[in-house]
Ligand binder design. Structure first.
Ligand code: NAP
Length: 294
């Protein structure tokens, strides 16, 4: 890729950001389409965020991803935010327009993509969307899952967490949201009764992530409660499959790991920035190579 005076700047802001895989994915897509862009990791300390956003505008950066710890704190520096990102309370994709910095959240698109793809191949899976979704964890990624569940038409989201006050606060935080969704909060002890009726079970906790590959959010004693016509979805992308997905597969459930969500949130951002259809297979391959999966 030749960088010149006309090359347009894209990037990711985070702290730390050195290990982000987004530059691999986006620079490969840029090269594939022969575009005059480059995607750069920008380490930005929380105290420097305001100065950095003004500086990015001043030097003509056209698009950014935001990652930890800036997904919420960058919102006050935006001139426009999409209603969905406003309701979720976090942005991961920004672009500079004649209205200033605009922001949205492509994690919802990313979360939904593998579910909708599978349901397009197997229409019978639609019945999973009309049953309750069991959501393990209630952090940042869980908010995109709730927005996704609303779009799927899930009648109920059972939010499961280890800290009752945090579960309650998460459930209450959607009370006046424009996102139509019905939530109930539970402890992990309730899983024995929640799992059999679940159409989708989502792990949005980091339990089972590399290097803790022998851990699962589900105790072995209750994995038998997973119905065979359930979709188990782990937002973790390494290892693949996680122990949670292995447990679910043993019950005959369908397993989806977090890699495709990562690819598709990136693809949605890329399309917003460059206005062209993203080369999704190339982006997926870049991430698989970076993760050592190929
Ligand atoms: P987060 O904001 O830190 O939330 C983590 C959630 O997990 C919290 O509800 C936390 O509960 C819970 N949790 C953590 N350790 C736990 C434990 N030992 N037992 C029970 N609950 C526990 O993190 P996040 O940004 O939402 O990310 C969550 C996971 O999703 C990570 O594995 C991340 O890599 C993955 N992710 C994947 C994608 C993708 O594109 N595939 C995108 C975003 C995130 P407490 O508050 O009680 O600790």
């Amino acid at each position: 890729m030749a960088i010149s005076g006309t090359t347009k700047l894209l990037g990711i802001i985070g702290d730390p950001v050195e290990h982000s895989m987004s530059p691999d994915m986006h620079n490969r897509a840029i090269a594939e389409l022969g575009l005059d862009y480059v995607y750069v990791p920008f380490p930005v300390k929380p105290a420097d965020l305001g100065a950095a956003m003004a500086g990015f505008a001043a030097i003509g950066v056209v698009g950014l991803n935001a990652t930890i710890p800036h997904k919420q704190t960058v919102i006050p520096y935006l001139d426009v935010i999409t209603p969905e990102a406003q309701a979720i309370g976090a942005v991961n994709t920004l672009w500079y327009s004649d209205r200033g910095w605009e922001g949205t959240n492509t994690d919802v698109t990313g979360f939904l993509a593998p579910l909708l793809d599978r349901a397009a191949q197997e229409p019978s899976l639609q019945h999973c969307f009309s049953r309750p979704l069991v959501l393990l964890g209630h952090g940042g990624a869980a908010r995109a899952v709730v927005a996704g569940a609303s779009q799927l038409g899930c009648p109920l989201v059972h939010v499961v967490g280890r800290t009752p006050e945090k579960v309650e606060a998460f459930v209450r935080s959607w009370d006046h949201s424009p996102i139509a969704v019905h939530l109930e909060g539970h402890s992990f002890n309730a899983l024995g009764t929640l799992l059999p009726e679940a159409g989708i079970i989502v792990n949005s906790t980091p339990i089972g992530m590399q290097p803790h590959t022998d851990q699962s959010p589900l105790s072995e004693a209750i994995t038998g409660r997973i119905a065979s016509d359930t979709i188990a979805y782990d937002l973790i992308y390494t290892p693949s499959p996680t122990l949670f997905l292995q447990q679910a597969q043993r019950q005959g459930a369908i397993a989806i790991d977090g890699l495709e969500m990562l690819v598709r949130q990136g693809a949605a951002a890329f399309e917003l920035w460059v206005g062209q259809a993203p080369p999704i297979p190339v982006m997926r391959q870049a991430l698989r190579q970076r993760l050592g999966l190929v």
